[in-house]
Design a protein around this ligand. Structure first.
Ligand code: ASP
Ligand code: MG
Length: 422
């Protein structure tokens, strides 16, 4: 039997009991005849706690040092897990990201994997040992400094390693039984999705579903690594994320799920002169500041004023920088006013079936209307419809949409086993 890569999230290894439980599971997999490579996250909320600690000594810690600090979280869990496995009589060797051959660029806090050279992992496995790798970290090819890949990126480490090792599957263990049709913390009757295509999962992640890291799904699609998302607290089959050609069309629902996102803000540039090149000027300036834009809406200009309004959404964390950039631009553009609103949320309906089924948009908007939710902005892709609504209306909008597409399950399926949701 081939190699299995298993990734355990922070809530699965939150304490000694959790580590021992996970160790047993890994040993069982090994005893079933598989070669096993494990990727671990830091215990519980310890990454957040390390960040808080850094804040207490410096409001703006140098990226290099912050990465050095945060990677310590995963070193703790990987060593403890290796010890727990050894205690069960199996060989285990832990490796930092750097030792595991995770080579990145040098962008601290959001480094990208450039290459994986898993020689030491392969020799550990060849020796019959279980390899344990610290998630979410690597080493910069240029500076040789330790880097981190961004919050939640242990998933990406796992899929990247699975691809490099030619693993049969990447199992991602979390604190819920799989991927649900909506966040079970909001919709108690959310249903577990048996299988979902990479494309749909990418849309779900891009729209705020936190169960998987977006880059891990991009990686899995590029290298065609099937992902099995399941709970480390139960033995149930979870959700398979795989190539759409392997998703059984009979089983395929029209709508896969409803995602929501509370991390965006909306900026409106009021009274932009309706001239060729103004929109380009605005978005070039934002691009130069490294700000990613999500939705954009431009009104038709009023004939009397020859001016138009341009609204767009962006990550809240970039709100201040965007406002500063745009304020500086006004000498050239000559707009009338700049409005900032971060009391918004995005609700998205995702499903490959909407390509071929008419009326999905109408049903979505009718559900929102019946629930008294006002739509502020709309954007679509081939397999997604997203709306911006008032922050206080997100939960209502998610529940109403979920019900309107008959996604509610008759019995409560979703069990949230752990995690503080921090
Ligand atoms: N420990 C890191 C974080 O909390 C990485 C991960 O959990 O995937 O973001
Ligand atoms: Mg995670």
């Amino acid at each position: 039997m081939g190699i299995v890569v298993q990734k355990y999230g922070g809530s699965s290894v939150a304490d000694a009991v959790g580590i021992k439980r996970v160790a047993q599971r890994i040993v069982d997999t090994k005893k079933a005849g598989h070669d096993v490579c494990v990727v671990v996250s830091a215990m519980g909320d310890s990454t957040d706690e390390l960040r808080d600690l850094a804040q207490q000594v410096s409001p703006l810690p140098p990226g290099r040092e912050l990465d050095m600090l945060l990677t310590a979280g995963e070193r703790i869990s990987m060593a403890l897990l290796a010890m727990a496995i050894a205690n069960l009589g199996q060989q285990a060797r832990s490796f930092t990201g750097s030792q595991a051959g995770v080579i990145t660029d040098s962008a601290h806090g959001r480094a990208k994997i450039i290459d994986i050279t898993p020689g030491r992992i392969e020799s550990a496995i060849a020796d019959g040992a279980i390899a344990i790798v610290a998630g979410f970290q690597g080493v910069s090819v240029d500076t040789k400094d330790i880097t981190t890949l961004g919050r939640g990126a242990s998933d990406t480490t796992a899929v990247a390693l699975a691809a490099a090792l030619g693993a049969d599957v990447c199992e991602i263990y979390t604190d819920v039984d799989g991927i649900f049709t909506a966040d079970p913390r909001i919709v108690a009757s959310a249903r577990q999705i048996p299988v979902i295509s990479f494309e749909e999962m990418l849309e779900m992640c891009a729209c705020g579903a936190k169960v998987l890291h977006l880059r891990c799904v991009e990686y899995a699609r590029r290298y065609n690594v099937p992902i099995h998302v399941r709970s480390s607290f139960s033995q149930k089959t979870g959700t398979w994320v795989m190539d759409s050609s392997e998703v059984d069309l009979v089983e395929q629902a029209i709508i896969s799920g409803v995602a929501h996102d509370r991390s965006e803000a909306k900026i409106t540039v009021v009274g932009v002169p309706d001239r060729v090149g103004e929109a380009a000027r605005i978005f070039e300036a934002l691009a130069e500041s490294g700000i990613n834009i999500d939705m954009i809406v431009q009104n038709i200009s009023a004939a009397s004023t020859a001016r138009t309004d341009i609204s767009f959404t962006l990550p809240r964390d970039d709100g201040q920088a965007a406002m500063t950039t745009l304020a500086r631009l006004n000498e050239q553009v000559g707009y009338e006013q700049l409005l900032y609103d971060d009391r918004i949320g995005k609700v998205s309906l995702v499903g490959a079936g909407m390509r071929t089924h008419p009326g999905v948009t109408a049903r979505f908007f009718a559900a929102l209307a019946a629930a008294g939710v006002n739509i502020e902005m709309i954007s679509t892709s081939e397999i997604r419809i997203s709306v911006i609504v008032d922050e206080d209306r997100i939960d209502t909008a998610v529940m109403a949409t979920h019900a309107a597409f008959d996604l509610d399950s008759a019995e409560v399926e979703a069990v949230v086993y752990g995690g503080t949701g921090r």
